[in-house]
Structures are given as C-alpha cells and as structure tokens.
Design a protein around this ligand. Structure first.
Ligand SMILES: NC(=O)c1ccc[n+]([C@@H]2O[C@H](COP(=O)([O-])OP(=O)(O)OC[C@H]3O[C@@H](n4cnc5c(N)ncnc54)[C@H](OP(=O)(O)O)[C@@H]3O)[C@@H](O)[C@H]2O)c1
Length: 325
C-alpha cells in the first residue's frame, strides 16, 4: 500500500515509525501546512514527496491511501477530500466531531467505493486480540461488568488541541473514546442507559468525565477519562467465572486472565508500546480483498461509537460548534 500522510504532528510520527514493520507499505508523500515541519518529517522517514498544497497532495496519483492525523475538527473534512480524490482513508480517532459528520464521511466513501476506517488501533493489538479469544473460549464466563480508565495529566496550553474547544479539545474525545469503544465492543451493543458527569476546564471543555452505562444485555460499564489527572489506566473485565486485567489497555502489550484459580498471562512480542502497524496491515489486507470496510471497525461500529459519545456529551452538556451546523 502506498500511503500519503496528511499532517505531520505527534501521532503521524508514531504511525510513520510503525509502518516500517508492514510488508509492502511505504509512505510516498506527506502534506503539512508548515513547510519546515513537513520537510523535516519527510527527511526523517525517507518520504519522497512533500506537499504544501493540499490539492496537489490529493491529486498525487501514486497515493493509494491517506492517513488523516490532524486535530479532530478536521477529520471529516480531510477524509471527504481524500475519498473524493479516489483515495482509501485511515482516519485518526475520533472519526469525526459527532455522528452526523461520521455518517457524511461514510456516505461519501460508499459513493466513491473507497475503503474508510477509523484508526482504532487498540482493537488490532495482539494483547487485545488475546482478550477477545479468552472471552470467546468462555474462560471468564458471561461478561458482567467492564471497568476502564484513561486519564493523564496533560499540558496546560489553552490554545493546544487538548484544551481548545475550536480544535475539539476535552478528555472524552481525546482519551474517553478508548474506554467507551472497549465497552461497546465487549458488550456487543450500545448502552440503553447512560449517566455521566464532568468537570470543565477554564476553556470550556471536559477536563475529566465519569461515565456509567447499562447495556441491553445487562452488562454494566464504569468508565473514566481525564486530561487533568493520572488515573490507574487498567481495563478490567469481570465475568461470572473470572476476570481479565489489561494495564494501559489502549496500547496494551500484555493481558492477564484469572479463571478457575488459574492465572494466564499473555505478553506481546512487541513491548515497545506501539502497534500502529497492525491497523495499517489490516487496512491493506481488506483493500486487497476488495472490501470497503473492516469487520473489526465497521462503519456501523464507528457511527454507533460516535452516537454513544454524542449521548455522553448531551449528559455532561458539552457542545462543539460542529453540533450547531
Ligand atoms: N491513535 C493514537 O494513539 C493517537 C494518539 C495521539 C493522537 N491521536 C489523534 O491524532 C490526531 C492528532 O493528534 P496529535 O497528537 O498528532 O496532534 P498534534 O501533534 O497537534 O498534530 C496535529 C497536526 O495537525 C496539523 N494541523 C493542525 N491544524 C491544521 C490545519 N488547519 N490544516 C492542516 N494541518 C493542521 C498540525 O500542524 P502544525 O504542526 O502546523 O500545527 C500537526 O501537524 C488527534 O485527532 C488525536 O485524537 C491518536
């Protein structure tokens, strides 16, 4: 797969690094609004072409797939431009600012017959795949309760993307999406009941959000997200017969299953706390198979995830300008 990278910030660096592990994958071009940053990125990752003009980037015939790594507020707009230019798209999380935007992107992808996927890399990690396998094998019995936190003490720059509402700032969309997506995946549905509370920063976004879900199948989830405090960032899945614990679950490199007085620990071969290669590999396999979506992160999953995030935002009273359009 020949990739083009749109925006060359922090996560694009991680992606470019990990892409080296994917057979047949190469970044052929990158777009960045800042020429110096763009050129430095291209030199560092040995990328042939740098573009300062986004139309020229989208019209580069060699690019097959675009990786969108801008702040959240641009995800939908940039993905749509890439799809209309005939490229497949891997878009960073959250896929869009709300479910309406997400649906628009997916409609364009279907019209253009191009693959699009939200970059929910966590689901492709070997440790998380092992967790799904243990549940499938009935190690812990029926899942009853899911607990997950993602909280860290972020920077205090009011203009930066974490705190700035104009860049989609706030804990829920930046890190809360991970506990929420794991709960939806593990419960195999969306919540029938949601309650949530948040503390707000001076910039008007959620600094910390605490969430309680009840799913139609009776599963409960207790989730927390913060860009203010370092939480204990474990995913714990409680079943009738045991439990599974995954430390730092969004970038999991290990998982432990406690069942029938036994303990089984899985440690991933890669302990580097990265793994963007798995999602990139998954995209290539799906595109080569002629698919327009991946069954692990389907269009429906992404729309339902955005709808769940929208419902949480309604509960906590967090509105972005994209919601008013
Ligand atoms: N999957 C993961 O593990 C993971 C981890 C971190 C972040 N993310 C997601 O990735 C996205 C980017 O996060 P990040 O941490 O990489 O942020 P970042 O370091 O701030 O990078 C954002 C990039 O977008 C560019 N940009 C900003 N506004 C732009 C505009 N109007 N037009 C064109 N380019 C623009 C920035 O360019 P300048 O340098 O010129 O400002 C920068 O290159 C976020 O949506 C985040 O949720 C995912």
């Amino acid at each position: 797969m020949k990739w083009g990278v749109y925006a060359t910030g922090a996560i694009a660096q991680g992606f470019a690094n990990d892409l080296k592990k994917v057979n047949g994958a190469v970044i052929v071009a990158a777009y960045a609004r800042n020429e110096q940053k763009g050129r430095t990125f291209c030199e560092k990752y040995n990328i042939e072409r740098y573009y300062n003009d986004e139309d020229a980037f989208f019209n580069d015939p060699e690019i097959e797939a675009v990786y969108v790594s801008t702040p959240h507020t641009l995800h939908a707009e940039v993905s749509i431009k890439a799809l209309i230019a005939g490229k497949h798209v891997l878009c960073e999380k959250p896929f869009a600012m709300n479910a309406n935007e997400a649906k628009r992107v997916i409609a364009v992808a279907l019209e253009q017959k191009r693959f699009v996927m939200e970059a929910l890399w966590t689901l492709f990690l070997p440790s998380i795949q092992k967790v799904f396998e243990w549940i499938q094998e009935d190690r812990i019995g029926e899942v009853k309760v899911i607990q997950a936190n993602f909280g860290f003490s972020g920077n205090n720059d009011p203009q930066g993307r974490l705190l700035n509402p104009d860049l989609g700032g706030g804990a829920l969309l930046d890190v809360g999406i991970y506990p929420v997506l794991m709960a939806n995946v593990l419960a195999k549905s969306t919540p029938e009941y949601i309650s949530a509370q948040a503390s707000f920063t001076d910039t008007g976004v959620d600094g910390s959000t605490f969430i309680h879900f009840k799913y139609p199948n009776g599963i409960f989830a207790l989730l927390a997200a913060s860009i203010e405090v370092n939480l204990i960032n474990d995913l714990v899945i409680y079943g009738e017969k045991g439990k599974i614990v995954v430390p730092l679950f969004w970038m999991a490199d290990e998982a432990t299953c406690y069942f029938e007085d036994k303990v089984e620990k899985f440690i991933s071969d890669e302990s580097s706390k990265s793994g963007y290669n798995y999602e990139a590999q998954a995209l290539a396999v799906a595109v080569n198979a002629g698919l327009l979506q991946h069954d692990l992160v389907s269009h429906q999953f992404t729309i339902e995830l955005m709808e769940t995030l929208d419902r949480i935002r309604t509960e906590i009273g967090l509105v972005y300008k994209q919601d008013l359009q």
